[in-house]
Design a protein around this ligand. Structure first.
Ligand code: ADP
Ligand code: ADP
Ligand code: ZN
Length: 218
């Protein structure tokens, strides 16, 4: 089963993708994570992407399409993937459809995690992750059980993203509405779009997503 998670920055896509992976045997493919890895490795792609990401704009379609195309040729994606943060433009969605056909696969579902803009600044400015294992947290909404210690791996080091500041968030929201929101009618026309209420607590959003995925045709 291949699934696209749609929704605004800070909507909870990454949080939910991680919670769904084990239950459904899927692999999370986050283009944001892959681009950040490219930036820290100092690769050519990373150099091109960095300034664009810091400005809250979208990296060019060619770059992200190539990254996903290559990643889908690795064996661990065979059983199915959760696309998290990709596609983000209609051109990326069309390229994804074409590459899945080429690889003999298909898309089973696209789910919008819907959250109004007013809630997203607080979600994003409070976001941080474990530096060692990548587990996601929030200053207010998802604290580790023991202050300053990762629940998953016990690490005491955490990181915040350079682009998770109030000014950049506004630009990322503009990019979402202008360039990514058109994917909602795109997938609706294909008959594979569902919506979950992303303002609910994290566990309830997961339950709603699981209900949809259980009734999704493989
Ligand atoms: P968020 O989860 O907050 O929406 P991401 O980690 O998905 O953020 O993305 C961070 C940044 O990486 C984006 O603002 C954009 O610059 C770039 N990026 C990630 N995925 C894509 C994509 N599919 N197309 C273009 N740019 C992307
Ligand atoms: P996205 O991947 O869509 O950009 P994240 O999954 O990184 O979003 O979530 C953004 C922040 O909001 C994180 O700090 C996360 O802990 C928190 N968060 C995620 N889902 C919820 C929720 N349903 N309610 C409250 N906070 C949430
Ligand atoms: Zn950890």
């Amino acid at each position: 089963m291949n699934l696209v998670l749609l929704g605004p920055p800070g909507g909870g896509k990454g949080t939910q993708a991680k919670r769904l992976m084990d239950t459904f045997g899927l692999v999370q493919l986050s283009t944001g994570d892959m681009l950040r890895a490219a930036v820290s490795s100092g690769s050519e792609i990373g150099k091109k992407a960095k300034a664009v990401m810091d400005a809250g704009q979208l990296v060019s379609d060619d770059i992200v399409i190539a990254i996903i195309d290559e990643r889908l040729d690795q064996a661990d994606t065979q059983n199915g993937v959760i696309f998290d943060g990709f596609p983000r433009t209609v051109a990326q969605a069309e390229a994804l459809d074409a590459m899945l056909v080429r690889k003999g696969r298909g898309l089973n579902a696209a789910i919008e995690v819907r959250v109004p803009d007013a809630l997203l600044i607080e979600r994003i400015t409070g976001r941080y992750t474990c530096a060692k294992c990548g587990a996601g947290y929030h200053d207010k909404f998802q604290k580790p059980a023991k202050d300053g210690v990762c629940d998953k791996c016990g690490s005491t080091e955490f990181i915040r993203r350079a682009d998770d500041n109030a000014e950049t968030v506004t630009k990322r929201l503009d990019a979402y509405h202008a360039q990514t929101a058109p994917l909602l009618p795109y997938y609706e026309k294909k008959g594979i779009l569902s919506v979950v209420d992303g303002t609910q607590d994290i566990a309830k959003v997961t339950t709603d997503l699981e209900t949809i995925l259980k009734s999704t045709k493989k």
